[in-house]
Ligand binder design. Structure first.
Ligand code: ATP
Length: 290
């Protein structure tokens, strides 16, 4: 038995960190949406009691450090499953990029093994279990567009943004989310207007969305890596409607309505950066499994 799952990347239309909590995590308000850049997850039922991970990417661990492995392990332990699974990850999302690639892989495995092992769990139950693996996993279980609060695990669904192009560019450096939060000075940081972003999405107001993109973590990563600022500047000059760093970075994305302008931004970065993508917004909740 084989199951295919699509694991799309997310971008943060806004990300605010409010305060540091007693458990060490920051209380956040994030508006996230999925884009049409996805890993492909192939699950094969194993009759013996084993979890195997395979990937052609040298950046992806193939043992219990892999979030996809941990997702399968979590359901296996919790529900005393005696069957196993082989997880093949076709990695298309850049790694350690601020695009939640690992979290989306884990979410895809939760959805897939739920069906494969016949566990009958609801999406809400999977999202709650996913929060034990990582803060972004709950959102990734559903995909679409949402406001995520708490440490990221409390999800309120929102309407999809109006269709547009998303040009993504990742400089050749990885960023550790932990180190960015460690260097965050909340009193000096810029805070986006989350409420205005949510309102713009509810109204389907594309330019309202563009006006209100913002990321509290951007200043920290910009200070550590000047390439991020250079990409932002290049995208702005090439005519993007909005430009922002996603998550803790270093990927920068632009939102663009007009086809020719999106192509110009893509062309201007291709060659300058090795990982550049021009994709469509995918902010609605589509069935992610086949
Ligand atoms: P986020 O946006 O949630 O902070 P990210 O895009 O910055 O995530 P990931 O691509 O998920 O980061 O990878 C972060 C680290 O997690 C990598 O260094 C990698 O070694 C490890 N990792 C574990 N599982 C995976 C996976 N399935 N895919 C990619 N990286 C993984």
């Amino acid at each position: 038995m084989q199951i295919l799952e699509k694991a799309p990347a997310k971008i943060n239309l806004s990300l605010d960190a409010l305060h540091k909590r007693a458990d060490g995590f920051h209380e956040v308000e994030m508006v996230m949406t999925t884009v049409d850049l996805a890993d492909r997850i192939e699950l094969t039922l194993l009759s013996d009691d084993e979890i195997k991970v395979e990937s052609e990417s040298r950046f992806v661990p193939n043992d219990e450090r892999n979030l996809a492995y941990r997702a399968a392990q979590l359901l296996k332990d919790r529900f005393r499953v005696t069957q196993g699974v082989k997880i093949f990850i076709e990695k298309n999302i850049p790694v350690a990029a601020g695009l939640a690639g690992g979290s989306s892989d884990a979410a895809a495995v939760l959805r897939g093994v739920n069906r494969m092992w016949g566990l009958g769990l609801s999406m809400d139950e999977l999202a709650e279990l996913g929060s034990e693996i990582g803060s972004d996993v709950s959102f990734c279980v559903y995909g679409g567009t949402a406001l995520a609060t708490g440490r990221g695990e409390k999800i309120q669904h929102l309407p999809a943004p109006p269709p547009c192009w998303v040009v993504l560019s990742k400089p050749t450096l990885g960023v550790s989310t932990q180190s960015v939060y460690k260097n965050l000075d909340l009193s000096a940081a810029q805070h986006p207007n989350t409420e205005a972003m949510v309102e713009a999405l509810k109204k389907g107001d594309y330019y309202g969305i563009c006006k209100n993109v913002g990321n509290t973590l951007e200043g920290v990563t910009l200070q550590m890596h000047e390439e991020v600022g250079q990409i932002k500047e290049q995208m702005k000059q090439a005519g993007a409607d909005a430009v922002l760093m996603s998550g803790s970075g270093p990927t920068v994305f632009s939102l663009v309505e007009h086809d020719a302008r999106a192509q110009r931004i893509y062309n201007s970065l291709k060659g300058f950066c090795t990982e550049v993508f021009m994709v469509r917004m995918l902010g609605y909740r589509e069935p992610l499994d086949k």
